[in-house]
Design a protein around this ligand. Structure first.
Ligand code: SF4
Ligand code: SF4
Length: 456
């Protein structure tokens, strides 16, 4: 366990919700939420108490006012929250006491939940925490960087494979994690996988707003890293993420594990994407944009899951302390997934999992004790054919702007959010050529998989 300079007892007081009153230009309209809750309470208490699990609070991005709706197809630029089960998880919360006016109960409940709604909607509407909404860490940056300069570990001790470009950045190998036999887990990784899989299969927000509303995400993968894994210190090196990458216990004092989730896009999202087209299909752009909101649903669900199992959790990417230092994030989902045994990077710098690179990642840091996932790779480009034997350049050929090259990716040339001119009439845009129709789109390339299996 690394030396922690943070008081572990403070973990009891850690809260993902910022203090109300902090400056934020577009806060959720409180009066409209109060009106919805009052209406809901009147309806479910009429003629006996019948909580209605279909009713949602729908919040519009344009003016951040809420309305009471029946659960239906999500509209574009709107966020839904189930009133029963999600905003008020305990049964009976919305039941009126004898003689209690509905508006009074609504006020009490709003007081309890408003900050949560406020942060949920704010984060669901934005790609990251906007300026003015961020909170600093309440302690100075803990910078550790690479663990003790052991020459064995600091020097690359394996040959660069024939065929790969010597200019391509080949960092030091990464040790495989050793899983102790003495862990008494609070919950198993299988249970978490089951929980997230159920959410992905049943939550109606996992749907494209267009067409027949097909699901955006398929069955997830789950990886677990120990919060003490020395890789998190290595991520602070300038050539990895940077010194601002915070350690798990800085996000959450007493952290023991990090849960990382890979969500693959369904075939609906990528099937209309052909090699000939210059710009991405609407399904892909929409899936990428609207699917990002669902990542926050998963993050919040895992926070609730941790509390149901007697622990705490924080999702760094929706935490008010999340920020970046000159584009170097305080928490990298891809690096975290690498530590959690989910996969490696590719030449295109996307993350390649067992289900390929066509997907997205999210994670939470938790106080729960969970057995880490074994890392079967030691190279950060372990699942990429270019790094393996130089036999693939597909992502270089797919990139329409020349952003992917055989020496890495040129960020300035990347149109990841879509070509500005082409997508100016759309609500959202994307590119995605470098993750579609390539050998690592949907799997670990076969040659590498066979080699790994032979090693195991
Ligand atoms: S397309 Fe080929 S070179 Fe590019 S990341 Fe995938 S395996 Fe590597
Ligand atoms: S997102 Fe598009 S522009 Fe950016 S590297 Fe991939 S293919 Fe190239």
């Amino acid at each position: 366990m690394p030396n922690q300079t943070v008081d572990v007892k403070a973990s009891l007081f850690v809260n993902e919700i910022p203090k109300w009153g902090e400056p934020y230009p577009n806060i959720l309209n409180r009066q409209s939420v109060l009106a919805c809750l009052t209406d809901y309470i009147v309806q479910v208490n009429y003629n006996g108490y019948k909580p209605d699990p279909r009713k949602v609070l729908a919040v519009r991005t344009s003016d951040r006012t809420a309305s009471l709706r029946n659960a239906a197809t999500p509209l574009r630029q709107e966020v839904y929250y189930f009133i029963e089960g999600e905003i008020f998880p305990e049964v009976g919360t919305t039941r009126l006491q004898d003689g209690q006016p509905p508006a009074k109960l609504a006020e009490i409940l709003l007081e309890r939940s408003y900050e949560q709604l406020y942060i949920w909607t704010a984060y669901d509407f934005t790609k990251g925490s906007p300026p003015g909404f961020r909170k600093p860490f309440d302690h100075p940056l803990i910078h550790k960087g690479s663990p003790s300069p052991n020459p064995e570990q600091k020097t690359r001790n394996h040959e660069v494979v024939t065929g790969t470009n010597p200019l391509f950045f080949h960092p030091d190998p990464v040790p495989r994690n050793v899983i102790g036999q003495d862990i008494t887990p609070d919950v198993s990784a299988d249970r978490i996988l089951e929980y997230v899989s159920q959410l992905v299969r049943t939550d109606f927000r996992n749907a494209l707003p267009e067409g027949d509303n097909p699901p955006i995400w398929g069955d997830p993968l789950i990886g677990i890293a120990s919060a003490d894994d020395l890789l998190f210190e290595r991520f602070q090196d300038p050539e990895v993420v940077g010194p601002g990458h915070r350690l798990p216990y800085e996000w959450l004092p007493g952290a023991r594990s990090v849960i990382s989730v890979f969500l693959p896009f369904t075939e609906h999202i990528s099937k209309n994407y052909t090699k000939e087209q210059r710009y991405s299909a609407i399904e892909f752009s929409s899936g990428k944009w609207n699917g990002s909101k669902f990542l926050n649903v998963v993050r919040r669900a895992l926070i609730r899951f941790a509390s149901q199992h007697g622990g705490l959790a924080i999702a760094p990417n929706i935490d008010p302390r999340y920020d970046s230092d000159e584009w170097r994030p305080f928490w990298s989902e891809r690096h975290t997934a690498f530590a959690a045994g989910l996969g490696t990077f590719g030449l295109h710098q996307n993350f390649i999992s067992e289900k390929g690179c066509l997907g997205r990642l999210c994670s939470v840091v938790t106080t729960l004790n969970i057995v880490p996932t074994k890392r079967i790779y030691s190279d950060i480009y372990g699942y990429c054919l270019y790094a393996f034997d130089g036999s693939c350049h597909a992502c270089i050929e797919r990139c329409p702007t020349g952003a992917v090259s055989d020496v890495g990716k040129i960020a300035d040339r990347c149109e990841t959010h879509g070509n500005k001119d082409h997508f100016k009439e759309w609500g959202y845009g994307s590119c995605g050529h470098c993750s579609t129709l390539i050998p690592c789109s949907r799997e670990i390339p076969g040659k590498i998989r066979n080699t790994l299996q032979a090693l195991l």
